[in-house]
Write a protein that binds this ligand. Structure first.
Ligand SMILES: [Zn+2]
Length: 293
């Protein structure tokens, strides 16, 4: 048990380092894993419930980027499906054992092809073989050993699980929008992901401001701010429109090329028409741009 726990803690440390700059992980990195005392520790495998060779108990559980994450994020905790339909499958049995032994695991949530957001430690807190569903709680990094579970611990877990869900939604929106626009600004083509945002067409505080690619635009920081402040609008026909009073102003190259030069140009669009900005949302947003002048 001691060595197992050391490997687990090493995996948590590795994830902490990996996610220090950017918390979206690539499948490639997770599959490569790291070396612990000369032995390879892979963090994911071909199946959702993953136990690397060096361990006796599972290390991680993964949900595919192609499943709808709203399904497993309903309720206070996360739900995780059994492998297949046989509760006695060795993977399912192992995960039940991990639950009984209160073993800290890693949860990888797929948000786009090859891209994952991780939470650790997570604990399986219930198993429902009839519904083929495990219940999983995310906890704070300080709690890698589960001791007693009082009411305060449960509240903490619910809170941390809820903030993880929010993070997944935000990262999924950003990642999917940037992928759709091939990591460039839809106004100026700037290609540095560090300088790109996923802007909402209908703001996320609005009920219609869902985090869907069709409600997003990949914009560089300057153009995101200019779009949010109604310096620049986008017509429902995907035409970029600069606020009239700005067109006659004289200033340096940023205004001339970065803003005025965009006027009446076409938006740079995603290749897949399914990802194109929704025209109804653009129309609603364009109305508020017009009203703001
Ligand atoms: Zn730009």
């Amino acid at each position: 048990v001691g060595a197992e726990h050391q490997i687990r803690l090493a995996a948590f440390r590795w994830l902490e380092e990996k996610t220090a700059q950017d918390d979206v992980l690539s499948w490639h990195d997770l599959q490569q894993g790291f070396t612990f005392q000369g032995r390879r520790v892979t963090l994911v495998g071909p199946q959702g419930i993953w136990k690397p060779q060096v361990l006796k108990m599972p290390l991680s559980i993964t949900t595919s980027p192609h499943s709808d994450y709203n399904d497993f994020m309903r309720g206070g905790y996360l739900s995780y499906s059994y492998r297949g339909t046989d509760p006695k499958h060795p993977d399912n049995v192992r995960l039940e054992k991990a639950m009984l032994a209160r073993i800290p695991l890693i949860y990888f949530c797929g948000i786009a092809t090859g891209k994952y957001v991780a939470a650790w430690p997570v604990f399986v807190v219930a198993a429902d073989p009839a519904r083929l569903t495990f219940t999983v709680a995310v906890d704070d990094a300080r709690f890698t050993v589960e001791e007693s579970l009082g009411e305060a611990d449960q509240l903490r877990r619910r809170y941390i699980t809820a903030s993880f869900k929010t993070r997944v939604h935000q990262r999924a929106f950003r990642t999917r929008v940037l992928v759709a626009y091939r990591s460039q600004c839809a106004f100026c083509r700037l290609r540095y992901v560090e300088l790109l945002d996923a802007a909402h067409i209908i703001p996320d505080k609005d009920p219609a401001g869902e985090p869907l690619v069709a409600n997003g635009l990949s914009l560089c920081k300057i153009h995101h701010a200019a779009f949010d402040r109604h310096f620049i609008g986008v017509s429902p026909d995907y035409e970029i429109v600069v606020r009239e009073d700005l067109l006659s102003e004289e200033d340096g190259p940023m205004l001339t090329h970065g803003i005025q030069g965009l006027h009446q140009r076409k938006l740079i669009m995603p290749r897949n028409s399914r990802d194109w900005p929704d025209q109804e949302r653009l129309a609603a947003r364009f109305d508020s741009f017009r009203r703001a002048i």
